[in-house]
Design a protein around this ligand. Structure first.
Ligand SMILES: C[S@@+](CC[C@H](N)C(=O)[O-])C[C@H]1O[C@@H](n2cnc3c(N)ncnc32)[C@H](O)[C@@H]1O
Length: 498
């Protein structure tokens, strides 16, 4: 259920809104505190279906933080005395008037919208589980504003947080990405086609006292004309869907209706030296790697593409996960419709990805696609995205061979090796390396030369020294150079030029 008053605010009420949020924050309500209180490794792992378990097992003490979690995240109902310990009486009055809280005649309170801790911000949006108030219902209003979900958090964590002058957040929803961008970009524009989302983002900007964010209602780039931006973020509706029932989710039958146009518009809107980042899901056919499809959407624009493949869902699991229905019969019919659509598109799997785009450096050859198999970011990872671009460019630098001839290489940090071997056999069947301590762990399959090099580079070592050793064991200079280039590309080793 959505409350039509929610996210509407008179300017005179801004101090009351900010005071209420400050009181809730004072309970310790933050991403890390909520995660720890609920006993989760990551707030992305929150399961709304487990709300009664969290309530009974983790929030039983009913400290103000427990109350805040129950009321603003788990969609619970709170007694009047408990509410009084969380927020002041005047705040309760204001939150009720503005449609955030619903107070029953018994004094019990529940929230009409949720308040999500995201990074260092608190963001209002519609509930994660709008069906909750209507048992068995499959209906989510078309104009529902997207909750702050795992995809929102992945994009927020992966976003490069350098201070720049302008940012554009497309498909802003609650405004979570735009509001985070406003902490390091001089000016931010946020766009959404849904008027309720626009209201919600403006409400959040007021709650956070954010004055460098402009919010537009419109279709993607249309409200910003020909303007270019240093940072572009987007979390579009991306689900390949046989229905068009949830505005923030359904991306047409291919899932590409919106995301394709975002990528196509980058050449007109990404400033030189800027970074565009998008979280999305893309249907993959066995015959065409998804990075090639993204390249097609870009047209001929000389832009480099970095793809982090985070999760792979089989078409069957995806159909079951998205199907709905109030009776078993309706549910199975819905599974059929979703599966049929994916089959029709030729998608055998759907891949959750983080995409990043930068203008190509012509000195490093033609524009490239880099694809990494990775885990979702578990904390801020913007620096790792930048480092992946830098490493890719270094390995495409035509001068790399010369640099390597004289330079020194070193391991960049502890490396986790996962070796598979047959018992009794001597040769490892496979060996995967992951640089330890990364917010986005990336797994890289090593070949035997790369594996040997990682051992040999225990301490910083000159490449000519490695070359001598290589010759003794019949490894050619070109194989050694190729091995070093791959390890540099994976950031498992670094190069100090002399
Ligand atoms: C997945 S939600 C993203 C919300 C938010 N950015 C986040 O990261 O949590 C997608 C949003 O895209 C908006 N949207 C859909 N089509 C659009 C379009 N053509 N132009 C602008 N926004 C659009 C929807 O209204 C929805 O708010």
């Amino acid at each position: 259920m959505t409350d039509s008053r929610a996210f509407l605010l008179d300017d005179a009420d801004i101090p009351a809104l900010q005071h209420s949020v400050a009181r809730i924050a004072a309970s310790g309500y933050s991403e890390t505190a909520v995660r720890d209180r609920l006993g989760l490794k990551d707030l992305c792992d929150l399961q709304m279906r487990a709300a009664p378990l969290y309530r009974g097992e983790r929030l039983a003490e009913r400290r103000p933080l427990d109350t805040a979690i129950d009321l603003f995240l788990l969609q619970g109902t709170i007694g009047a005395a408990e509410l009084d310990r969380l927020i002041d009486k005047e705040d309760v009055g204001f939150l009720e008037r503005s449609g955030v809280l619903r107070i029953e005649s018994t004094g019990e309170a529940s929230a009409n919208v949720s308040l999500y801790p995201a990074g260092n911000q608190l963001i209002f949006s519609d509930h994660t589980w709008p069906q909750l108030s209507k048992a068995g219902s499959s209906a989510v209003p078309f104009g529902q504003v997207m909750f702050v979900g795992a995809d929102s958090r992945w994009l927020a964590r992966a976003t490069v947080r350098s201070p720049v002058s302008s940012a554009l957040d497309l498909c802003t929803g609650s405004g979570v990405q735009a509001l985070l961008a406003a902490t390091h970009c001089r000016r931010v524009a946020a766009v959404d086609i849904n008027s309720r989302a626009v209201r919600c983002t403006r409400f959040n900007a007021k709650a956070l006292g954010c004055s460098n964010l402009e919010v537009f209602e419109g279709d993607l780039y249309e409200p910003v004309g020909k303007e270019k931006f240093d940072l572009i973020t987007a979390n579009p509706p991306f689900v390949p869907s046989p229905v068009n029932s949830i505005g923030f989710r359904d991306g047409g039958r291919t899932g590409e209706d919106v995301q394709r146009r975002i990528v196509a518009g980058l050449s007109d809107h990404l400033a030189q030296g800027g970074m565009a980042q998008m979280v999305t899901e893309i249907g993959e056919r066995d015959t065409v790697p998804l990075a090639d499809r993204v390249r097609e959407w870009l047209g001929s624009a000389p832009i480099d593409i970095h793809v982090l493949r985070l999760r792979i869902h089989s078409a069957e699991a995806y159909a079951i996960g998205h199907a709905n229905g109030d009776t078993p019969g309706e549910f199975l019919e819905s599974v059929d419709a979703w599966a049929d659509n994916l089959r029709l598109q030729g998608f055998t799997r759907i891949v959750s990805v983080l995409l990043a785009f930068q203008w190509s450096d012509p000195l490093c050859g033609p524009p490239w696609n880099r694809v990494d198999e990775a885990y979702p970011p578990n904390r801020d990872a913007g620096k790792e995205i930048e480092a992946a671009f830098a490493a890719e460019r270094l390995t495409r630098d035509p001068g790399l061979k010369e640099k390597l001839k004289l330079g020194r290489v070193n391991r960049t940090g502890p490396v986790i090796l996962q070796e598979g071997r047959v018992l009794g056999g001597t040769v490892p069947l496979s060996c995967k390396a992951t640089l330890s301590g990364q917010a986005i762990p990336v797994e890289y399959q090593l070949n035997p030369i790369e594996r040997g090099l990682l051992d040999a580079i225990d301490n910083p070592v000159y490449v000519p020294t490695l070359l001598k050793i290589a010759r003794q064991i019949n490894v050619s200079e070109s194989s050694l150079q190729a091995g070093l280039a791959s390890l540099l590309r994976e950031r498992l080793i670094g190069l100090q030029e002399s």
